[in-house]
Design a protein around this ligand. Structure first.
Ligand code: SAM
Length: 233
């Protein structure tokens, strides 16, 4: 899917996005809970880059727990970013957020962030070289040694384990209230529009993008998450 098409998908989903995914929150909350331990070393005034911030769920979680942290949300969909901004205003932390509507390449590189999040974003970049370049552009905006926490759908799609896990994953979404038509759309999108690669392959792309060995710290169903440090230039 081209950037413009992907952006249109999220523009259309933005208003109902949080409600649609509300019942899958145990998966997200467990990731954020563990990530708190990964980020425990960060300074009280840490600066966090959130790439593909969406409706701002990870910002909301950390802004409420870490009152000195500031956040830069990078998000191509204006409608998703509007939800993110409204959430920040309602949560009383909007003054600690910068909202960048667009892609990372338009964000100045002079700001060296202490950490970054990039959850469920790189999987939409189908070309491996472009996906590596995407991680490079994150690395270029971090100080040396800064931590990137990223997640993506990952699996060996040629394995029978994937077929079995995909059935369980879609059943979980059905239990969480996603209608049947949406589940079938998702099955089709996973095959065509999402680069679901084996976890070791995703880790190697992150490493190739300028990070030290990624540490796989979380898995829930098809979601895998890693943390990695920006390697010296
Ligand atoms: C599946 S949502 C995840 C949102 C959020 N990170 C979360 O976990 O709730 C993916 C988001 O990434 C954004 N996105 C897609 N391609 C992107 C890119 N190349 N750079 C930055 N954001 C992108 C989409 O607009 C969308 O809001």
């Amino acid at each position: 899917m081209r950037d413009e098409e992907l952006k249109a998908v999220f523009e259309q989903q933005a208003a109902g996005y949080d409600e649609r995914w509300a019942k899958t929150s145990p998966i997200r909350d467990a990731l954020y809970f563990l990530l708190q331990a990964v980020f425990a070393e960060l300074r009280a005034d840490a600066r966090i880059l959130c790439v593909g911030a969406g409706t701002g769920e990870e910002i909301d979680y950390f802004a409420k727990r870490c009152p000195g942290w500031t956040f830069t949300a990078v998000e191509p969909s204006g409608a998703m970013l509007d939800v993110c901004r409204a959430k920040a205003q309602q949560g009383g932390y909007a003054s600690r957020c910068r909202f960048h509507e667009g892609y990372l390449d338009m964000l100045p590189t002079e700001d060296a962030f202490d950490a970054a999040t990039c959850f469920l974003v790189s999987q939409f970049i189908l070309d491996e070289e472009a996906r590596r370049a995407f991680f490079h552009s994150i690395a270029a905006r971090l100080r040396c040694g800064a931590i990137l926490a990223s997640s993506d759908l990952a699996s060996d799609v040629s394995s029978s384990a994937y077929d079995a896990l995909l059935d369980v994953w879609l059943a979980m979404m059905g239990m969480a209230g996603i209608p049947n038509a949406g589940l079938e759309q998702m099955r089709a999108a996973y095959a065509l529009d999402v680069a679901i690669l084996p976890p070791a392959r995703v880790a190697s792309i992150i490493r190739g993008g300028g990070f030290e060995e990624p540490v796989p710290f979380y898995q829930s169903g098809l979601i895998h998450a890693w943390f990695s440090r920006r390697a010296p230039a």
